[in-house]
Design a protein around this ligand. Structure first.
Ligand code: C5P
Length: 397
């Protein structure tokens, strides 16, 4: 799907082992449709070549303040003139120090000083360098100056030590960079959502679950966060990475999920039930592993609480959004479900083409009728859904 948001990024790379990750980050940004111009410090070119970055960006790479390839001969101003955002990744300890003091002795630091757009930096350095009071002072100074600091992470470092200072992974960085461009249609809104399957215990090792991957719920959590919402995600057991900036509550059963939702409900403006919650749970889960024998085994199942219907039927409920996966008669069943559960909005899709898949085709049902979202990756559908939620939510207040 074409994205109407123009994203022109100046991508600075400084000298550090993490520079090898800059190539992957660049690929992710250009792959998402951003226009990226790369500027490297002299030290960065010792770790990764400008040829690599040029091939991945499709644009010439600049390293030199005196480069006369830029139109007016004013490289330090021209390169960032039309940029929407500058990103420096990795940003070395030395580069942070220079930025904090407004030093401008090479092309990249000069561009950072002469820019007219926001700046993000992804620090990358050895644990001791990161923890040093001088670096911490510089980072605090940069924050106060409005620079957005991405990471760093904790983990194994190139020097063999383990600790804080590792550059955040390219996937997490690109997510935060691209998310910054999203319209803040849910700015400051508190959004609670459930995602993934639940697991209902039969005995010590067995249970009842379903094929939900959590992809859709996690994509909505990311899209809502990018739209400026404070997001709390109550998640059943999934293999999805927790989106940075999203508060997570991990749960196992439908009952755990209900308790976690109730705990967070007081601080919630919008509730989105995306989870594929089990409708039944074993009435008498066994402590020990059941032994097999030749007889037919019956398991008594008790219905679970419908979390969404329960939330929507409270006095002064949050703005509630439901999901429905139907295997047939989508419109009829979805609209009936929306009315039965008293929801202003319900997103429906066919179970055969949505559960556990990468893409989906949501149809939205609200008081104004039926809206079909184009078939797209779940991340894209999530963004469109969040925009729709934001419209209805603001109109409802
Ligand atoms: O009735 P059905 O299970 O198809 O409704 C699906 C919607 O209800 C989803 O939004 C799902 O998250 C929510 N739900 C729930 N608790 C349940 C069952 C469904 O919140 N026990």
């Amino acid at each position: 799907m074409n994205d109407p948001v123009q994203r022109r990024i100046v991508f600075g790379v400084t000298g550090g082992i993490a520079a090898f990750k800059a190539a992957e980050l660049l690929r992710l940004l250009t792959g998402a449709g951003a226009t990226v111009g790369v500027v490297m410090t002299e030290a960065a070119t010792r770790f990764i070549t400008p040829v690599t970055m040029q091939a991945l960006s499709g644009h010439p790479v600049f390293t030199d303040l005196w480069d006369d390839r830029v139109g007016s001969g004013m490289a330090h101003i021209d390169i960032s003139r039309d940029a929407d955002l500058m990103v420096v990744a990795p940003a070395s300890a030395d580069f942070l120090a220079k930025l904090a003091h407004g030093s401008a002795d090479d092309l990249l630091s000069t561009l950072c000083l002469a820019r007219d757009c926001p700046l993000m930096v992804a620090p990358a350095m050895n644990r001791q360098m990161w923890e040093h009071p001088a670096t911490q002072r510089n980072v605090a100074r940069l924050r106060a100056d409005g620079v957005i600091i991405l990471g760093p992470d904790s983990g194994a470092q190139a020097c063999g030590e383990t600790g804080m200072g590792r550059m955040s992974e390219p996937a997490a960085l690109s997510e935060q960079i691209l998310g910054w461009f999203e319209p803040k249609v849910l700015d400051g809104v508190r959004l609670l959502l459930t995602a993934g399957p639940t697991f209902e215990r039969i005995d010590a090792v067995r249970g009842i679950t379903n094929l939900s991957s959590g992809r859709m719920g996690y994509a909505i959590a990311r899209a809502a966060r990018d739209a400026g919402a404070h997001v709390t995600l109550v998640s059943g057991p999934v293999a999805q990475a927790v989106p940075p900036g999203v508060a997570i509550e991990n749960v196992v059963s439908a009952q755990d999920m209900l308790i976690a939702v109730e705990r967070n409900l007081a601080d919630c403006d919008i509730f989105v039930g995306v989870a594929a919650v089990a409708d039944y749970t074993p009435l008498h889960p066994q402590e020990q592993k059941l032994k097999k024998d030749a007889r037919i085994l019956g398991i008594e199942l008790a219905p679970t609480v419908d979390i969404l219907a329960n939330v929507a039927s409270r006095a002064n409920p949050p703005f509630c959004v439901g999901f429905a996966a139907e295997s047939e008669r989508l419109d009829e069943f979805a609209e009936a479900k929306r009315r039965r559960k008293n929801l202003p909005l319900l997103a429906a899709n066919l179970a055969q083409t949505s559960i556990g898949t990468e893409t989906s085709e949501l149809v939205l049902f609200d008081d104004h009728g039926r809206h079909v979202l184009p078939h797209a990756p779940k991340s894209e559908q999530a963004r469109l859904l969040v925009r729709h939620i934001a419209q209805l939510y603001s109109a409802s207040r």
